[in-house]
Design a protein around this ligand. Structure first.
Ligand SMILES: [Zn+2]
Length: 301
């Protein structure tokens, strides 16, 4: 059985902490280096329900994409939400390790996993890491579809292949438009519009797109947009990362049990389609893909 320090060293080799953005907070949040680890849980968010799951399955290490504390804190009192998380982790001998922007830009990284889930071929990073001479690391990925699809068909594929959330997939653009090239970026992607425009691709799939950047990007270029739930665009990385650790465990004969949480921690829990009684409803429905399941009412599973 490996010690935590050995497992963390393997994770740091996959996602070197010094490749994280300056503002980020990656690495080990809690955990004793000498503790033995037999079970590992991967998840997007270090929230209470994920910690409860880690306790339930007897994990000795929880690896999350999002940091627990992004800025400094002066308290981990259990009367605070995050302090409770820290208490429950330590009480149950569970270490917490974070790989965030260092996993975003890795090769393979978060957007490779997203492209893999969508079954599209990665061509190159959207914003290459200039320190990578091979040109494989960086933010986002530019991808090609094996066969062209309409925007409606591609949205349908995304809705099918990404884990289900209340939001589903929002699209902007003519649903009949042919899509051959797509930029994808797991997590909030609207800071990448300059690179997306420069790449001259047909569509951009990401999360958290805001009104003004989306509106301006649509006005400036014939670009289709697909906006998925933030959690859903990053969750495929958990499966990729778990497979990477599994392989390392096999190589070292560690016998780790590696799990991926299927708990939906996207904060949005329901979606109400707009009422057809509103005068703007015609425009809304015209822009929706008739066959894409983007307007369904529903709770996540
Ligand atoms: Zn994120």
């Amino acid at each position: 059985m490996p010690r935590l320090s050995e497992v963390i060293a393997a994770l740091d080799a996959l996602w070197p902490p010094d490749r994280a953005e300056q503002w980020d907070a990656v690495g080990t949040v809690c955990g004793a280096p000498e503790a033995e680890v037999s079970r590992v849980l991967f998840a997007v968010d270090p929230v209470q329900e994920i910690v409860d799951e880690a306790v339930r399955i007897g994990a000795g290490l929880l690896v999350t994409h999002h940091p627990l504390y992004l800025r400094g804190t002066t308290t981990v009192a259990a009367s605070t939400v995050k302090g409770r998380v820290v208490h429950d982790l330590i009480k149950n001998d569970i270490a917490l390790h974070v790989a965030h922007t260092n996993a975003d830009t890795a090769d393979p990284g978060v957007s490779d996993a997203l492209a893999g889930a969508l079954d599209i071929r990665v061509v190159r990073p959207l914003v290459p890491d200039t320190t990578d001479s091979e040109g494989r690391r960086g933010l986002g990925r530019i991808c090609e579809l094996e066969h062209p699809l309409t925007l409606a068909e591609f949205a349908e594929r995304a809705a099918e292949r990404l884990p289900a959330t209340a939001q589903g997939i929002r699209i902007a653009g003519d649903p009949g438009r042919t899509i051959r090239t797509v930029a994808v970026s797991g997590g909030s992607g609207d800071s990448l519009f300059d690179a997306v425009r420069a790449a001259g691709i047909d569509a951009f799939l990401t999360a958290d797109l805001r009104h003004h950047p989306a509106s301006e990007a649509r006005a400036e270029a014939p670009l289709a947009l697909l906006d998925a739930a933030h959690w859903a665009t990053e969750w495929p990385w958990c499966e990729l990362a778990a497979a990477q650790l599994d392989e390392i465990s096999d190589r070292h004969g560690w016998g780790l049990r590696v799990h991926v949480s299927k708990t939906v921690t996207d904060p949005w829990t329901a979606h109400a389609a707009s009422s057809s009684a509103h005068p703007a409803a015609d425009a809304t429905s015209a822009a929706s893909a008739p066959s894409a399941p983007t307007d369904s009412l529903g709770a996540p599973n």
